[in-house]
Design a protein around this ligand. Structure first.
Ligand code: MF3
Ligand code: CO
Length: 315
């Protein structure tokens, strides 16, 4: 199985790295020691209170981010630079995509635009993925592989999912495109899925829970008559393509990982017009389809938790 980082795995949250770096398990610093975040400040003037807050949440039984998931200001800046390329690539796609274009051509645009800005397309050769971008049309949920045989046609809805590496830092976001005139029901699916990103973002604030965000998206999708894919989720991102936490959009309020300033993750719900069930194409090991053959839509935003709320890093 490829793309492990995106598959639901109920034991992931108990895995080694999370425990090793959790506030309860890391070595305690003296108040006058330099802070672990690399700011150069004394611990007591930097992350001391932050650590105490997380430690007490951990002792109450909540899942909390380890230090390895808290980005430093320098890392955040480097990730923003990566995201500038990712955004430019998607802007380029937005300007050129139309009926008659093959998904292979989209792949070439993404490759050429990314390297023009000295980035590397993160999907290329990632766990054996053969192309530079994912293109997922209609009933394809995600991880569609560009091909010279797939021609976009009037009425298609397509997700283009771009991810960039710059100087070792990762950005990841995706958008939907409607090709020419699409049916009213597909257009509404695309629109509601886009709105679900805003519904999720509203819940991103320090000391909230990822489950608040996932629950809000799930509720919103259901209220609109849709279902949300359960087995594939979002992910932490920045220093790696797919980091902890795994991010669900069918989760519950007050559950999942605590959101702490400096955490970065994706909100990328896959919303289905019909049932939530999916299957993976045996022949390529990547392409994910809806079981019932009805359309699916996805938008993806990369978001940073800040002291006051959130910052959009890539969209
Ligand atoms: N960009 C996808 C995501 O949102 C990951 C695709 S994995 C790939 O996480 F190998 F297919 F690129
Ligand atoms: Co992603």
């Amino acid at each position: 199985m490829s793309f492990q980082g995106r598959m639901r795995n109920t034991t992931r949250t108990q895995s080694g790295p999370l425990r090793n770096f959790s506030p309860v398990n890391v070595k305690k610093l003296g108040r006058n020691d330099p802070c672990w975040c690399g700011s150069g400040k004394k611990y007591k003037q930097c992350h001391n209170q932050f650590d105490q807050r997380l430690e007490s949440l951990e002792l109450q039984g909540h899942i909390v981010p380890g230090r390895n998931l808290i980005k430093t200001p320098a890392q955040i800046q480097a990730i923003r630079e990566s995201a500038k390329i990712n955004i430019a690539v998607l802007d380029y796609v937005a300007e050129h995509i139309q009926a008659g274009v093959t998904t292979e051509e989209i792949d070439r645009w993404v490759y050429e635009q990314t390297v023009k800005y000295h980035g590397i397309p993160a999907p290329l050769h990632y766990e054996g993925f053969p192309k530079s971008v994912c293109t997922s049309i209609n009933q394809v949920v995600c991880h569609g592989i560009p091909s010279p045989d797939v021609v976009l046609k009037e009425g298609d809805i397509v997700n283009v999912d771009a991810s960039t590496i710059l100087n070792g830092y990762f950005s990841d976001s995706s958008r939907m495109f409607c090709i020419g005139q699409v049916s009213e029901e597909k257009r509404r699916l695309v629109e509601v899925t886009k709105q679900s990103i805003d519904v999720g973002l509203e819940q991103v604030k320090p000391w909230g829970f990822l489950g608040d965000m996932g629950h809000a998206i799930h509720d919103f999708a259901r209220a609109n008559g849709y279902s949300v894919v359960r087995d594939i989720g979002g992910h932490g991102v920045g220093l790696e393509f797919h980091e902890d936490p795994w991010v669900s959009y069918v989760s519950h309020r007050g559950e999942e990982m605590v959101m702490a300033p400096g955490m970065m993750f994706t909100i990328e719900p896959m919303i289905n017009m019909g049932k939530e069930d999916i299957y993976i194409d045996d022949s390529d090991g990547w392409t994910v389809y809806t079981e019932d053959g009805l359309p699916s839509a996805q938008w993806e935003v990369q978001v940073l938790v800040t002291e006051s709320g959130y910052e959009i890093i890539s969209y």
